[in-house]
Design a protein around this ligand. Structure first.
Ligand code: NAI
Length: 356
């Protein structure tokens, strides 16, 4: 199959291949859409098994950024970059500067930030060669607290829609993963009167949550099936398998983890069982929203005056309620509706449907 017809290509506006033999840099920048504004997305530095895998990863991640930004109501498009190679061996200051110079050459159609294999210090170096970066040490800072604030809006949306609850007081909520986002979500829910059930592979964080929030502790392999009102996955992707979906006792699922559904069938199982699923990339957009609306460079790149961050984050709640309403009206699962809405916002249908 040629690249133009590959499922991942999905009518990308632009894909750039960069190389610099002096530093060993080989990078791909994929720009899915600039219909809503400059494309924004992190740079992943990773050793891929083949160049084809690297291209596919860039394309898939770039499209996901387009959809996420559109549904978050941001005036930005979606893009993503990959640098090919083992960051431990290949990453040098010179390579990062060469990469920054190439990003600069794109003239603001693409702005980048951290992703797997690239930390804030690396983005600071890239930022010496281009102003089209976000998430630098003098920028909007650690996104996880804003991601957690956004997750709370997501939990409010499912509590309202599925449980008719206008507060968390008395609700039982299971949190899988007590890292940067999960612990912050736990803190906020505890303060709002929720009863927590938690699990993490790290004993120290579990002990902390148990002591600070009087949380019940569940075994790591059983947290998804805890007897709670809402399940909040904040660990790794694939938290909900088809078999696991049959075991969930919660009435709704909303959390930060990326790619929570291990397959489309897992989402269908949830819907069949009347479990309301809030699409992960809508729920976890808080970090992106804070990066765009409060980060100096990116805000300048978009040229838009944003409302206070609290208002921008609240879009997560209203967008989810819109998705749930349409999901009921059309009889389609929320994750399918979210994708359709993102495509409508971007102003073009997905070409994936045409490709068999
Ligand atoms: P983190 O690495 O700080 O925390 C993840 C936690 O999950 C760790 O405490 C880890 O021990 C735990 N964990 C790993 N495997 C587990 C398992 N099988 N069962 C239970 N716990 C397990 O990551 P962070 O930043 O809190 O992110 C959480 C999720 O949210 C990730 O999927 C991430 O991709 C996603 N996300 C995070 C954003 C952010 O701003 N940090 C933004 C958007 C998405």
């Amino acid at each position: 199959m040629g690249i133009w017809n590959s499922p991942e290509f999905d009518a990308h506006e632009q894909v750039c291949f960069f190389s610099d033999s002096a530093t060993g840099l080989r990078a791909i920048v994929a720009i899915h859409s600039t219909a809503l504004g400059a494309a924004v997305g992190g740079t992943r530095f990773k050793a891929y098994t083949s160049d084809g895998d690297a291209v596919d990863d860039a394309l898939r991640l770039s499209r996901a950024m387009s959809y996420k930004a559109a549904l978050a109501g941001l005036p930005t498009g979606g893009g993503k970059a990959v640098i090919i190679g083992d960051p431990q061996r290949l990453k040098t200051r010179e390579l990062l500067l060469a990469y920054g110079a190439y990003i600069d050459r794109l003239g603001g159609f693409y702005a980048t930030g951290e992703d797997v294999g690239m930390g804030m210090a690396d983005i600071d170096v890239v930022g010496e060669a281009t102003r089209f970066v976000g998430g630098t040490s003098d920028g909007s800072g650690d996104p996880s607290v804003h991601t957690a604030r956004g997750v709370i809006h997501g939990l409010e949306a499912v509590a309202t829609r599925r449980l008719g609850a206008d507060s968390f007081a008395g609700l039982r909520i299971a949190i899988q993963g007590l890292g940067a986002v999960g612990m912050s979500v736990a803190e906020r829910l505890h303060a709002a009167g929720a009863q927590l059930v938690v699990a993490d592979i790290r004993a120290d964080t579990v002990a902390e949550a148990s002591a600070r929030f009087l949380a019940d502790v569940a075994p790591v392999d059983q947290i998804h099936s805890a007897a709670v009102d809402i399940f909040c996955p904040c660990a790794l992707g694939g938290a909900i398998t088809e078999a696991g979906a049959a075991e969930i006792q919660a009435a709704a699922v909303a959390g930060a983890a990326n790619n929570q559904l291990s397959s489309a069938a897992a989402g269908e199982r949830l819907a069949e069982r009347g479990i309301l699923y809030a699409p992960d990339y809508v729920v976890n957009a808080g970090g992106l929203i804070s990066g765009i609306t409060t980060g100096g460079n990116l805000r300048a790149a978009t040229g838009v005056a944003f409302p206070p961050l609290g208002e921008s984050l609240a879009v997560i709640r209203t967008r989810l309620l819109e998705i749930f309403e349409r999901s009921d009206a059309e009889g389609r699962v929320p994750e399918a509706v979210a994708e359709t809405m993102a495509q409508e916002l971007i102003g073009r249908p997905s070409r994936r449907a045409e490709i068999v």
